[in-house]
Write a new protein. Structure first.
Length: 222
């Protein structure tokens, strides 16, 4: 790859998107991962901490919340991390079941347009020096000039199996209900859209993130 590229990776809830993005760093040189979804997760964390109600957020500009919470995106160990008011928000808090559910609701009612422009500006800045793996929702709308748009799918049972590893103390039934509910919210918000150039990759038969990652790589390093 002679010129830096941007790879958009999104997909169904529980398909291992974040883990795949991290693993791709082992195979694609001079690459960073922008976890754009964690920007939404960080904002959602702060909404709860600062006692704002979801109802008050209807059509609110997410960029204004970004500024209100003093959100900063930094690259550490080749991955984006998020700070709010100068404090790093840890991955465990961002990825918690409660926050995952809430972010699906918040992203569906808030005004995303200026937030999308903000993420696009980050990508353009990073692309000057790196290949960028861009993980999140609506990657194609945020960055129409993606070199690859990848949408990862898997059957429900596989997704439950993988989420169990993340949420060990939560029952299968609760995980199932959570995935189904988040699927509904994502579809309602239009976040499961695919396009003519979308590469749809089903990882249902994969038994590890390594296998899923290599399946994705077949479509990139060809």
């Amino acid at each position: 790859m002679s010129e830096n590229i941007v790879i958009g990776i999104e997909g169904l809830v529980g398909t291992g998107k974040t883990s795949i993005c991290k693993k791709l760093l082992d195979y694609i040189p001079n690459t960073i991962v922008l976890h754009a979804g964690n920007i939404y997760r960080a904002i959602t964390c702060q909404i709860k901490k600062e006692n704002l109600t979801k109802e008050s957020l209807y059509q609110i500009d997410l960029k204004k919340l970004f500024e209100k919470f003093e959100i900063e995106i930094k690259i550490e160990n080749r991955e984006s991390v998020v700070y709010a008011h100068g404090n790093k928000i840890e991955e465990e808090e961002l990825q918690s079941l409660e926050n995952s559910m809430a972010v699906s609701e918040v992203s569906g009612i808030a005004n995303n347009s200026n937030a999308y422009k903000l993420v696009e500006s980050y990508i353009n800045s990073y692309k000057k020096d790196y290949n960028v793996i861009f993980s999140g929702r609506d990657t194609k709308k945020i960055y129409p000039d993606l070199d690859y748009h990848i949408f990862i799918t898997a059957n429900l049972e596989k997704r439950i199996e993988w989420k169990k590893k993340q949420y060990e103390k939560i029952s299968d039934d609760e995980i199932r209900k959570n995935i189904i509910k988040r699927d509904e919210l994502q579809k309602k918000s239009g976040y499961y859209n695919t396009y003519e150039d979308t590469i749809i990759i089903d990882v249902s038969e994969c038994n590890s993130i390594e296998e899923s990652t290599k399946l994705v790589l077949k479509h990139i390093l060809n």
